[in-house]
Design a protein around this ligand. Structure first.
Ligand SMILES: Cc1ncc(COP(=O)(O)O)c(C=O)c1O
Length: 949
């Protein structure tokens, strides 16, 4: 046996453990278990056609070699992506630290205070730099954030505007091309008409409800957004501004001019370009629109002891509740990147940021002067970091490419140059030498940079920013390292214990998959460089597309969507384009089973579809008769069905082929939500069950870490008839022949983290992938068996087996006064993160162990659950002062001089022996959600300001 095989590192249970687990389940072999679990008619007959697996060592050599095919030229392309300096202390302690990158979205606030605080810092940073009242904890990229701004402004139109059907949205032609493309994708389905034009020629007519400006514009001009916003506001037109965050250090905050929404990317705050992402976008707006903000907002509240505590605020606005009433489908965002960007601001502080922004600006001014001296004209009258030079683009491009320099060439007569924080005087002189050669002149030398200014007086920043203590304290490496550690220790991540969140697939994110993210030639490639400079990336991305196409049994893949929910939207838009190409413009009914994840109906509505919900049977399966009836009823207008497989109830429904046939027979397409793909890989696939398109969550099934709530990648894989419509990009050709417009800003979405999934598949190979699926099913069935007698599993397959996850019923415990949330909080005292609470069935826990957890860890978890069940049996409704209701217990509580609870301290904090060896302390007691929602505070504010007297 090759003990270095990656499969042995990725998969938890050892061979002898697997045998013991099968014995517990009462079955002879793994193959028999799979046979009893997955319906025979959907099983694959052949093995996946993938390369032989590499060991970790071989893979690291391979990926290093491939990186050399990327050419990391000096790049001044701009357009929303810039070279940056990621402080090593942040790289090592966050990006490369599983304590940060393996955490999940902070649903369990008591064991997530660290990342919640980092995200509150992010929001504070955004609020202060934009001058707005409220900000969220990141979105997917600048372009999607701009589209969300448009949707929000549409949703908050005045009653009169709604009544009059006002639907025009003005977009400045200075907006980034990728943003414009994305606005086009998002506007039409929800009935918005885009009008693109020059800001200076806009007539502010009453027909418009909103406008989007770019600040500075795509070619660097800083326009007078102040007077535009004033005029717009007085004409009842709301304004969104897409602003470069670094420029805001020098430019007055758009909020000071009355902007309604400000969006942008925080990539410039130390995040590598990574050939397009992942980067955290920001979204800031007015307090008045807080209920319509997309994504998550972190808010301040208190715990039961009145200590300050943080949690995700206003959760009621999540798609789970709003479903088809939601105006956005953001679930996974870009938390890890938001944390990194916030730490960049913490590390540099206001003084450091001013130094960086001044230096970038002054270097740009010095460059302008040198180019002027060479006889070139620069057209931007006011700018931050970008020059617009009149020059023969072809000539400059030839020389620049020879000298390994990238500029942007908007047309034949123009070159733009965007300066960044990595640009040195030497680099400036090198740029000048390119232009000198083109002009056939002797070059001019810039010797030093004096602080200079070329920003209009009325747009220069006067307001202060980053005044809170956190941005003025941690400026030495030791201090920042300890601050990061201080926060990390408050969070329970995979490096502490299993996180069995159902539907989330918290498997191993192997170090060897993660390491290449830090390699220079993967990190530092701009997404719009010529293909010749990105051969390494193009090789990996093409191969990953092919691997995913093979795994799903489809014809092609697009990696562009940067979350599962964006994948849903992309897939539905592709279906829509397909129907339209056949003249079926009216096909707009989307059938969705009642058990679907909330993003499904939200995505369908965003794609302009009408949602019709189909029923589930008592056993949790799709009610086939109801589905047939509805499909037939709507057959003339049926667009598609969205179905999750195996179902969100953790079952491989045996009627799936019949279901997909019903949809096809009635003219619809089948969209499969691939969140549960971990239960399919190598054994069955969406092509086999009769689907036409699926999204995958690479941040679940294919090992991208969840990062505390992102990054994610949600590629779509499609059948032959849908290939022509795969999404494109306006700058770099991607997608199908009749590509729909962009779904994400970058041509291949979050390319940098695609390396992780590529490595995962390369190292596991066909056999390791299939084995992983089998063990995921084994682990789930082992837990199911061990919990029998303590917890009832709600749904099972026809032969009584669970899929890769199961739902356990906690509703009967209400008789003892115990809610499912009490169990979730009590699990923290045992050192575990709760499984998914109340999805898809209220009052239940959905447990998904994944293949990476060993038998020993599964046993600890089961012991904890059984022990909790015994505790439930010993409490009564009439005595709520008990160990479950008081959970979680903090160190402060346990070590206090006073202890008047009716159970021992040992029972509270060390309920089982294993806990003594590896105690994890929640940093706050139970968090009061309602208090925080009544007193919404979403930035760093002193405690006294919000605790009621
Ligand atoms: C079944 C299902 N569909 C869709 C999604 C949305 O995926 P994402 O969070 O990547 O947007 C999830 C996320 O948890 C899910 O569980």
């Amino acid at each position: 046996m090759n003990t270095n095989a990656f499969a042995l590192r990725h998969i938890g249970p050892r061979e002898n453990d697997q045998q013991l687990m099968l014995e517990t389940i009462g079955i002879d072999s793994l193959d028999q278990l799979i046979y009893e679990t997955i319906p025979d008619d959907i099983r694959l007959k052949n093995n996946l056609d993938l390369d032989e697996p590499m060991t970790e060592h071989e893979y690291l050599l391979h990926i290093h070699e491939l990186s050399k095919k990327n050419k990391a030229y000096k790049t001044y392309i701009g357009l929303g992506y810039h070279p940056t300096i990621l402080p090593a202390v942040i790289q090592r302690n966050i990006l490369e630290n599983p304590g940060w990158y393996t955490a999940y979205t902070p649903y369990q606030a008591e064991i997530a205070q660290g990342r919640l605080e980092a995200l509150l810092n992010f929001q504070t940073m955004v609020i202060e730099l934009t001058g707005m009242e409220i900000a969220n904890a990141s979105l997917l990229d600048e372009s999607t954030a701009a589209a969300e701004a448009m949707s929000l402004l549409f949703a908050v139109r005045s009653r009169d505007q709604k009544k009059a059907g006002i639907n025009k949205f003005f977009v400045s032609e200075d907006v980034l091309p990728q943003t414009l493309s994305l606005l086009q994708t998002r506007a039409l389905p929800i009935g918005i008409e885009l009008v693109i034009g020059k800001e200076s020629e806009f007539d502010f007519s009453q027909e418009f409800f909103g406008a989007l400006l770019q600040y500075p514009g795509k070619h660097g001009q800083v326009t007078d957004i102040k007077s535009f916003i004033e005029k717009a506001n007085s004409n009842n037109i709301k304004v969104a501004v897409a602003a470069d965050i670094l420029s805001l250090v020098k430019l007055e905050a758009p909020g000071k001019f009355g902007a309604d929404v400000v969006v942008g990317t925080t990539q410039r705050f130390g995040i590598p370009m990574g050939y397009g992402g992942p980067h955290a976008a920001y979204f800031a707006t007015k307090e008045a629109y807080k209920r319509d903000i997309p994504g998550r907002i972190i808010g301040v509240t208190k715990d039961v002891d009145d200590n300050r505590a943080l949690r995700m605020a206003l959760q009621t606005r999540e798609q789970h509740i709003k479903r088809d009433k939601a105006t956005s489908n953001i679930c996974t965002a870009q938390v890890l990147l938001a944390v990194m960007a916030s730490m960049y601001a913490v590390y540099h502080g206001p003084k450091g940021l001013k130094f960086i922004a001044n230096s970038v600006h002054s270097k740009t001014v010095a460059l302008e002067k040198a180019l002027n001296d060479l006889g070139y004209e620069q057209e931007n009258t006011s700018y931050f970091d970008t020059l617009l030079i009149k020059a023969k683009a072809k000539t400059i491009k030839k020389i620049a490419t020879k000298k390994k320099v990238n500029f942007y060439y908007p047309d034949k007569e123009t070159v733009t140059i965007s300066i960044n924080e990595t640009t040195s005087i030497r680099d400036l002189n090198y740029i000048v030498s390119v232009f000198a050669e083109a002009a056939d002149k002797k070059t001019i030398k810039i010797n030093d940079i004096k602080e200079r200014n070329n920003i209009d007086n009325n747009l220069q920043r006067n307001s202060s920013f980053l005044t809170s203590e956190v941005f003025n304290t941690y400026h030495s490496e030791t201090e920042l390292m300890r601050y990061i550690k201080f926060l990390e220790r408050k969070d329970l991540a995979l490096n502490q214990s299993m996180i069995s969140l159902g539907s989330c697939t918290m498997k191993l994110n192997a170090a060897s998959e993660m390491l290449p993210l830090s390699f220079f030639k993967w990190a530092n490639i701009h997404p719009f460089v010529p293909a010749k400079q990105a051969k390494g990336y193009l090789t990996v991305l093409k191969e990953l597309e092919d691997q995913l196409t093979e795994i799903t049994g489809f014809a092609a893949t697009s990696l562009q969507p940067n979350s599962g929910a964006q994948g849903e939207f992309a897939g539905l838009m592709v279906i829509k384009a397909y129907h339209e190409s056949r003249g079926d413009h009216h096909r707009n009914i989307c059938l969705i089973p009642s058990s679907a994840h909330g993003t499904n109906p939200a995505s369908a509505v965003m794609a302009g579809m009408k949602v019709v919900v189909t029923k589930s049977t008592e056993k949790g399966n799709i009610d086939v008769d109801d589905l047939r009836e509805k499909a037939e009823l709507h057959k003339d207008n049926l667009s598609c069905l969205m179905v999750t497989y195996p179902s969100t109830h953790g079952v491989y429904e045996s009627a799936i082929k019949e279901i997909t046939k019903i949809i096809h027979d009635n003219g619809g397409q089948v969209y499969m939500d691939g969140a549960n793909m971990n239960a399919q890989v190598g054994l069955t696939n969406p092509g086999q069950i009769g689907a036409d398109v699926c999204h995958l969550n690479l941040h679940k099934t294919f090992a991208i870490p969840h990062g505390g709530g992102g990054p994610g990648v949600g590629p779509i894989c499609v059948a032959k008839q849908l290939v022509p419509f795969l999404p494109g990009n306006p700058v770099v050709k991607t997608g199908g022949k009749k590509a729909i417009s962009a779904i994400s800003g970058a041509p291949f979405g979050s390319s940098l983290v695609c390396l992780i999934s590529y490595g995962y598949i390369k190292m596991l190979g066909a056999e390791g992938l299939t084995e992983s699926t089998k063990i995921a099913i084994l682990n789930a069935n082992y837990i199911k068996k061990r919990l029998e007698g303590s917890f009832d599993t709600l749904y099972s397959g026809e032969r009584g087996r669970a899929a890769h996850e199961m739902i356990v019923d906690c509703r009967p415990f209400k008789a003892n006064g115990i809610e499912v949330s009490d169990i979730a909080k009590r699990l923290m005292d045992y050192g575990f993160h709760a499984p998914t609470v109340s999805f898809p069935v209220a009052g239940t826990l959905m447990i998904e162990p994944t293949e990476s957890e060993s038998k020993a860890e599964l046993d600890r978890f089961c012991d904890a659950m059984i022990s909790i069940k015994n505790e439930i049996d010993s409490v009564s409704k009439d005595e709520p002062n008990n160990v479950l209701k008081n959970a979680p217990h903090t160190l402060e509580m346990i070590t206090a001089n006073e202890w008047d609870l009716p159970y021992t301290r040992e029972k509270a904090a060390f309920p089982l022996n294993y806990v003594k060896n590896n105690k994890f302390w929640p940093s706050v007691r139970r968090v009061d959600d309602a208090f925080g929602d009544r007193n919404l505070v979403c930035s760093c504010t002193p405690i006294e300001d919000y605790i009621e007297a």
